[in-house]
Design a protein around this ligand. Structure first.
Ligand SMILES: Cc1ncc(COP(=O)(O)O)c(C=O)c1O
Length: 401
């Protein structure tokens, strides 16, 4: 059967090779420690589950949910945003519920790009950002993220003809996979650049809460936020749209619920695309999300403390075995540069590692060309398991030398 050409770039996937290697290691009887997926192992809060459970028994939640029916969710999202960032948001025109934020960032290019238009994406970056541009028949300009630039893109390095053909830029800080964070000044620079060149500015913001303050006792739910929102740099919402999810802060990845906040024209355009595709998430899940956003934030604080402890355990263990990796200030990831004496590329490293030790990590090249030379570990296990993983990594590294 012949399929559309736009599917072709979606077929080469470093992660699919990793999955095969993982499956082979499992079949060979290895005990897998999977640090390759950024899916939280922590449970959703009891009050969230309760709200969803109650909804299940309420037949009024069982039908299609049209946009006007999502008002209470949009209001909760607007209030949550205002509390954290001090910027007013109109729940009618500036908030859009999503079936997970990935759905929104992947659909947005259909609303913004004409075939052949450029999208400026982070390299390395989150794979669905690229996928969405390919599905919209757009072109990608990969903005390299280098350690010497704190993993931030340099806008002046983008060739002028590309800028002239660009319709959107996607940023995402705290960043997956590098764990870098951005300052408000950097966002102001991005807003000025995009305003000057008539480019839509997208900020994917799943790790808004997963930030580790210097002061260890201060793992509060961060009101105000410790990291900036793109709308703080564009308070008139002139060109920007920001994507949020309940997957990370509230451990609700499987429930598929997120939202976009931003420029009303962009919100309307994305809603038009979605209207052709879906009828919103199930009302009961929206009710759970409202409980999460408006209820006690102690669960968020606990999650931050847990990921901080895991980060410290993993980094200390890596340092003990002589792999010196910087301590990230945010996210659930460790972005580790391959040791200088390692001759494998990141994909070979991860495939050999899982085959020989059962420890699964993500090759940096899977996130883009500039990710080569790095591997990403997702801290989605308890500290004792992370210690075991590092012991196995040490044996693997020794076997290489
Ligand atoms: C940058 C980024 N965007 C989006 C997502 C997915 O979020 P959601 O579960 O809301 O689709 C992730 C998940 O790892 C992510 O790292």
């Amino acid at each position: 059967m012949e399929f559309a050409k736009r599917l072709q770039p979606l077929q080469s996937n470093v992660f699919a090779d990793m999955d095969k290697a993982k499956a082979a290691a499992l079949a060979a009887g290895r005990e897998i420690i999977d640090l390759s997926l950024g899916s939280s192992d922590l449970p959703a809060e009891a009050h969230v589950i309760e709200a969803i459970a109650q909804s299940l028994y309420d037949p009024s939640t069982h039908g299609y949910l049209l946009f006007h029916g999502t008002k209470s969710f949009r209001q909760a999202a607007a209030n949550w945003y205002e509390n954290k960032f001090g910027i007013k948001v109109d729940p009618e025109t500036e908030v859009l519920p999503l079936i997970g934020s990935q759905e929104g960032t992947a659909h947005l290019p259909l609303a913004v790009l004409n075939p052949g238009d450029f999208a400026l994406l982070l390299d390395p970056g989150y794979p669905s950002h690229m996928g969405g541009v390919y599905l919209a028949s757009g072109q990608i300009y990969a903005m390299p993220l280098l350690e010497e630039n704190n993993f931030l893109p340099v806008f002046n390095d983008i060739p002028a003809p590309v800028v002239a053909q660009s319709r959107m830029m996607v940023l995402s800080y705290p960043h997956n996979p590098t764990a870098a964070i951005a300052t408000l000044e950097f966002f102001q620079e991005a807003v000025a650049f995009c305003q000057q060149h008539n480019i839509v500015l997208v900020h994917d913001f799943p790790y808004v809460d997963l930030v580790f303050p210097e002061d260890e006792g201060n793992n509060h739910a961060h009101t105000p936020s410790l990291v900036p929102s793109i709308l703080q740099a564009d308070p008139d919402k002139s060109i920007s749209i920001e994507f949020f999810t309940l997957s990370k802060s509230y451990n609700m990845g499987g429930f598929r619920i997120g939202y976009a906040i931003g420029n009303p024209e962009l919100i309307r355009a994305l809603r038009q695309v979605k209207a052709a595709v879906d009828f919103n998430q199930y009302r009961g899940i929206l009710n759970g999300a409202i409980a999460a956003l408006t209820g006690s934030q102690i669960g968020v604080e606990k999650g931050v403390a847990i990921f901080r402890q895991r980060r410290d355990t993993f980094i200390n263990a890596l340092h003990r075995i002589g792999w010196y990796v910087p301590t990230p200030k945010a996210t659930m990831y460790i972005w580790a540069k391959l040791p200088a004496n390692c001759s494998l590329n990141s994909q070979e490293f991860c495939i050999q590692l899982v085959k020989q030790t059962g420890v699964a990590a993500s090759p940096g090249s899977g996130f883009g060309k500039s990710g080569e030379g790095y591997v990403r570990f997702a801290l989605v296990h308890e500290p004792t398991i992370l210690e075991t993983a590092v012991e196995r990594i040490a044996e693997f590294l020794n076997s290489l030398s």
